[in-house]
Design a protein around this ligand. Sequence first.
Ligand code: ADP
Ligand code: ADP
Length: 232
Amino acid sequence: MIEFNDVTKVFTNKKQQVMALQNIDLHIQQGDIFGVIGYSGAGKSTLLRLVNALEIPTTGEVLVQGKNLARLSKKELRQEQKKIGMIFQHFNLLQSRNVYENIALPLELEQQSKVDIDRKVKEALAFVNLTDKAQHFPEQLSGGQKQRVGIARALVTNPELLLCDEATSALDPQTTIAILQLLKRVNKVFGITILLITHEMEVIKEICNRVAVMEEGAIIETGQVFDVFAQP
Ligand code: ADP
Ligand code: ADP
């Protein structure tokens, strides 16, 4: 589903060069819940942003479903990006829109009909169990509820892949577990592949089947969660 072949990413600011990623090789299979763990600055967000072409590699290639995103036309790229949903640490909801309207946004951008939008938003609301909060605004919601809105907004376009950027890092431990359970259900019910980045081992242990450990832009270990974190 996702393949990194000898990917390097260098950022150049003024005259400073930062090697955010070096020689990354990675294979993520369809249906995986794949976790990338590492300290701040390890290169996790850069890796995630390469998957939906928010960044392009300096060298090497990133393939998503066999397609090299850096080689696609703008139109083809937008088509591919539609198959990828994303959720964020701070949820990134629009404060001026209610829950229903936040979830409807990606469908409105695709200019879908009001009837289709209404049906899909209501399905998504039901899936994340927020039907009764449709008219609430983000500021009226708890952190866990906000992330459920984020998940519904990511799912409403039927993506094949969900990218999770520290999606539980702003939540308390109990809410974290609830959100991770919901993500497991997303994977199981819809067969959506999940790629998540986190600095928390507990998150990886709770839901991932495979993990890559990053340090200073490199993957230092990768494998089944059970093997990588097994006590010696
Ligand atoms: P993580 O997500 O693990 O905290 P990042 O991918 O955000 O790591 O960052 C990896 C390295 O790349 C850091 O040294 C960071 O400062 C640098 N970096 C990330 N994005 C940029 C950018 N747009 N410009 C310059 N340096 C960047
Ligand atoms: P139905 O025809 O199934 O009764 P409606 O379109 O009347 O559906 O809306 C029922 C609920 O759907 C509303 O209470 C609200 O939660 C949500 N809803 C529908 N359209 C909007 C909208 N434009 N903005 C916000 N919420 C909406």
